[in-house]
Design a protein around this ligand. Structure first.
Ligand SMILES: C[S@@+](CC[C@H](N)C(=O)[O-])C[C@H]1O[C@@H](n2cnc3c(N)ncnc32)[C@H](O)[C@@H]1O
Length: 261
């Protein structure tokens, strides 16, 4: 991880943080985000897809189910090794059942880029509320920069085959986590594990406070939609569009790698 500040903690790779966010899928705003993202996914038989910051694997599951199990491969990448367990659960619960190769976990930090993937090697890339955490610290400039975020966007464009799709969500500036929690109240009455639900919601709010603090000092990137659009265009993407989702706390983007290079 390119992190020049020795004091900066990163909770994402920790298993307690990974587990807290597994329960996000029970929140109605998250279900809406998943639907809005899925709407823009069009996986075709035999294709290879990449899920960046896969977490509990909800988008990997969505891709597999939308393709009716016809994809050649989904690579679910995350910096938290613990998420491999969540992905194994997804692999064991979807129908038709994928082989290990058809749905595999890669433990990696996308702040370091995507050098392990060849240019033009995937048909599509998906990411849910994750790429905004690409981090880079400049000793020279004495602060956090957007360099890792911007080079990740350029790298996504590089690994996509011509015309390939990138569908992802990112949070809006100063996201109101309280709004997400409020919409989550009905979930408390529906869940079979109310105590676990409350515990994980409190944990998520605590991590949420850390994320907002770090975003304010430029380490993480909760940016207005036009700024993200501009970064996508500069990274080489075309046909950029977006819509608001997640109870107004995130934007979903869809764009394409150029059809000829
Ligand atoms: C808010 S969660 C979203 C998880 C999942 N995409 C979803 O939609 O449910 C953010 C995910 O990004 C991962 N993440 C954060 N920073 C990362 C990094 N630098 N490299 C790889 N994964 C990262 C976290 O471990 C976490 O699983």
């Amino acid at each position: 991880m390119s992190n020049g500040s020795a004091t900066a903690v990163n909770y994402w790779p920790k298993s307690s943080c990974a587990r807290a966010f597994w329960s996000q899928r029970e929140l109605p705003p998250y279900r809406q985000l998943l639907r809005d993202t899925a709407d823009w996914l069009d996986p075709q038989p035999g294709q290879r897809w990449l899920d960046l910051g896969c977490g509990s694997g909800q988008l990997t599951r969505t891709l597999w189910e939308k393709s009716a199990g016809s994809l050649a491969e989904i690579i679910a990448l995350d910096c938290a090794a613990h998420n491999e367990r969540a992905l194994a659960k997804v692999r064991n619960s979807v129908c038709p059942s994928p082989t290990e190769r058809q749905m595999r976990f890669v433990h990696a930090d996308f702040s370091d880029g995507l050098a392990r993937f060849d240019s033009g090697s995937v048909a599509g890339v998906v990411s849910g509320l994750a790429i905004q955490y690409a981090e880079s610290y400049s000793e020279e400039r004495g602060g956090w920069t957007t360099d890792a975020y911007e080079s990740l966007l350029a790298d996504v464009c590089r690994v996509l085959r011509p015309g390939g799709t990138f569908v992802f969500s990112v949070n809006v500036p100063e996201p109101a986590w309280s709004k997400i929690a409020l919409y989550g109240i009905p979930g408390f009455f529906r869940t079979g594990h109310p105590l676990r639900y409350v515990k994980n919601s409190v944990r998520m709010l605590r991590y949420g406070a850390w994320l907002k603090r770090e975003a304010r000092r430029g380490r993480f990137h909760y940016l207005p939609a036009p700024v993200v659009e501009n970064k996508l265009t500069r990274a080489g993407f075309a046909s950029v569009e977006h819509r608001v989702s997640f109870a107004g706390q995130a934007d979903v983007f869809r764009c394409r790698a150029p059809s000829a290079r």
